[in-house]
Design a protein around this ligand. Structure first.
Ligand SMILES: Cc1cc2nc3c(=O)[nH]c(=O)nc-3n(C[C@H](O)[C@H](O)[C@H](O)COP(=O)(O)OP(=O)(O)OC[C@H]3O[C@@H](n4cnc5c(N)ncnc54)[C@H](O)[C@@H]3O)c2cc1C
Length: 409
């Protein structure tokens, strides 16, 4: 067993999209960073295959990737821009349509495979001198001292730093070891995901139909197919996952009201149980949580990883500012600035998603009438519509410098 200890400014546990982006941002700012992940990212795949995990990436997240110097690598591997968004209610005529051109934007966002982002981030990390990767390696334990936090890996190695960041996802071991509690809520829904072929082209549009059992999204992919996220009650999801392909395609076409004609093919399907989770604290002395380790939200607006990337930009700004001012980057007082900045904004987005979910699940006639009236009204009122769109693009709220469209950090 090796026990020699290595020293860094920051140790990041978890190299998903959020942790890997934070590693790039901090190393770029001149800090010495150790990044630990249990798995190496995939870097090679057959040209005609599509990852089951895709993200709707906001303009703000794109700006972050540009600033980190990884956007070209992402674009070169394949992205799918969407210029329009159609949202409508299965139980009435209400519909809202967002169009990038109307908002004076070239596009609303991109649909990108998780593996594409991870491979480009890996390439970016390899260019950064101050960054050391520990992959595959698993964080087993840590202890906090006066000036340092010491992390032990399962293979016996020890690393120390002024700050440990938990970017280790919804089941965060860092959060658990720190004894940080969570507010959790089971949505009693499972998201069925797959890649599907449709009779008509997707028209570079992100589509979402609200069914009484949950939202059904069609996200446009670069090869002309769509990635679907069909959130529904768990028993129904189990049935959908077990259906023969042809029957699944027929049911999906019906559920989607044939907006793109018949469904002509489907890939392997996957199911993700959905829950909301919010860490009671984001920070402690020498410790901070980012991404899904801090908050998990309903995927209906495709905001999860985007919120995590806003955490990244905020934490990187707070840590870099402390370093420049000669303050302790891992002190609780310093990290509280990050928590105050992000916790409220993330809670607001979680509540908005819950509100939407409730509004569209309700079978009460007054609520149904109201939401149809509401969708139609919002669609006609351009200031409200543009505010909603700015939120969806990540262009609203108190934005960190790394994601602001007009500043260079
Ligand atoms: C069906 C579905 C659709 C979604 N669609 C979207 C979308 O369109 N847009 C969007 O923004 N979000 C979407 N999300 C949310 C998104 O998937 C998450 O918000 C995002 O993956 C969180 O990233 P993360 O890096 O914080 O965590 P994760 O992706 O969970 O990464 C955590 C990493 O930590 C590593 N790890 C864990 N424990 C340890 C340990 N002890 N030691 C070392 N390494 C460890 C893991 O190997 C992993 O690489 C969706 C979610 C679901 C379920």
């Amino acid at each position: 067993m090796q026990t020699s200890e290595r020293s860094y400014d920051v140790i990041i546990a978890g190299g998903g999209v959020v942790g890997a982006s934070l590693a790039c941002a901090l190393a770029d700012a001149g800090l010495r960073v150790a990044l630990i992940d249990a798995r190496e990212p995939v870097t090679d795949w057959p040209a005609d295959s599509i990852d089951q995990r895709v993200y709707a990436i906001t303009r703000a997240s794109q700006t972050l990737f540009e600033r980190l110097g990884v956007w070209d690598g992402i674009r070169a591997r394949g992205v799918s821009p969407y210029l329009e968004m159609q949202v409508w209610d299965a139980a009435g005529p209400g519909r809202i349509h967002f169009d990038a051109a109307e908002l004076g934007e070239p596009l609303l966002g991109h649909i990108i495979e998780q593996r594409v982002i991870q491979a480009a981030l890996l390439e970016g990390q390899q260019r950064l001198e101050g960054l050391e990767r520990f992959c595959p390696a698993v964080l087993a334990d840590f202890s906090v001292g006066d000036t340092q936090v010491t992390v032990r890996l399962e293979d016996g190695r020890e690393l120390s730093a002024a700050l440990l960041v938990g970017a280790d996802g919804a089941g965060s071991r860092v959060r658990e070891l720190a004894g940080i509690g969570v507010q959790a809520h089971d949505y009693a829904q499972t998201a069925v995901v797959a890649v599907v072929a449709t009779e008509r082209p997707h028209a570079e549009t992100a589509w979402q139909r609200f069914l009484p059992t949950g939202p059904l999204a069609f996200l446009p992919l670069r090869d002309g197919r769509c990635s679907i996220v069909w959130s529904t009650v768990p028993e129904e999801a189990e049935r959908l996952l077990a259906l023969p392909e042809d029957d699944f395609c027929i049911e999906l076409g019906q559920a989607f009201d044939y907006q793109l004609g018949a469904i002509t093919g489907v890939s392997a399907r996957g199911g993700f149980p959905l829950r909301r989770l919010h860490a009671v604290d984001y920070v402690q002395q020498r410790l901070a949580l980012v991404g899904d380790a801090a908050h998990v939200i309903h995927p209906l607006a495709g905001q999860g990883v985007n919120l995590g990337l806003l955490d990244v930009a905020a934490l990187a700004e707070v840590v870099a500012a402390a370093r420049v001012a000669g303050r302790d980057i891992g002190s609780h007082a310093n990290l509280r600035r990050y928590e105050r900045w992000r916790r409220g904004e993330n809670a607001l987005m979680q509540s908005a998603m819950d509100g939407f979910k409730w509004l569209f699940a309700s079978q009460l006639t007054p609520v149904r009438l109201l939401r149809n009236l509401g969708l139609g009204t919002v669609d006609r009122l351009s200031p409200i519509k543009s505010l909603l769109a700015r939120h969806a693009m990540g262009r609203a709220g108190d934005l960190p410098r790394l994601v602001r469209p007009d500043t260079r950090s």
